[in-house]
Ligand binder design. Sequence first.
Ligand code: ZN
Length: 322
Amino acid sequence: MNHTTERVTLARLPSGVEIETTVHTYDGAEDGPTVYVQAAQHGREINGTETLRRVHDHLTVGDADLAGRVVAVPVADPLTFDRVSYTTPEQLDSVNPNMNRVWPGDADGTLHERMAATLWEYVEEADAVLDLHTGSADMLTHVVFMEGHEESRALAEAFGTDLLLSEEAGDDADTEWAERDFGGKLRVAATREGIPTITPELAHNKQLVEDAIEAGVSGTLDAFRHLGLLAGEPTDVDPTLARNHLGRVTADESGLFHADPDREVGERVEPGERIGTLYDPTTYEVLQEVETDRGGILYSLTREATVTGGEKLLSVALVRES
Ligand SMILES: [Zn+2]
């Protein structure tokens, strides 16, 4: 196994300072597929970065026999990483503040488009792609893949989380999908090039949380086993497959949202089940009895209780197979 690193210039700031990141390449002694894996294109989603550090140790300190090549980028977006943020400030990219809406990028485009275009050169050489994200503490760990792409689904199953979400794309998706530029996600752009691609959502951001990291490491190594880069078989899991619908229950008004204390992500819910109360913190007036809008798996439930009107309170995934 041969490990090399390369400092890569992703783009240039107005001051002339270059935005750089490090690309790791691990070449196995034997031939095999090439996998591209990145973390922290949303810079506050740092558990993917720690995951890649431990995968690095597994590949270099251990005696892993690698067949093929792993290309790993632990900090895909240094701009948001430094700001512990999800998007960049307007001054840096007012057109595309979210890097995960611009893939495959544009070498002559906005800052994020240029950065994505630089990394895309590695992506398009790959036989499979893992784009490590993390949700929040309020979100159940899961893996997303494009509905109907069986190789991506198999890769998602190998990653081994209990919940898999398939997301419809393009004309199959509802209008919000296009309105929110979801076609510019790395996963969607790469899958459309025929590259099996998954988005693991590891839960928790801003903090390094052990169970999120362990899910990331075991999932990444199992994905490598599935692809034949590492010997052995992925751990056998029996995931629930659900649909990553874009609907959600939102706050009717601004106020404080109190989720009922017995509620947890991961539980099955029926349509119209009571989840919590939204109230006016000055008068205690109940503004909304918050209920599920459909049956399925409660996979996110906000715990940051001060909410503004329209903000997401919970999401329920529609179960397809279990
Ligand atoms: Zn993300």
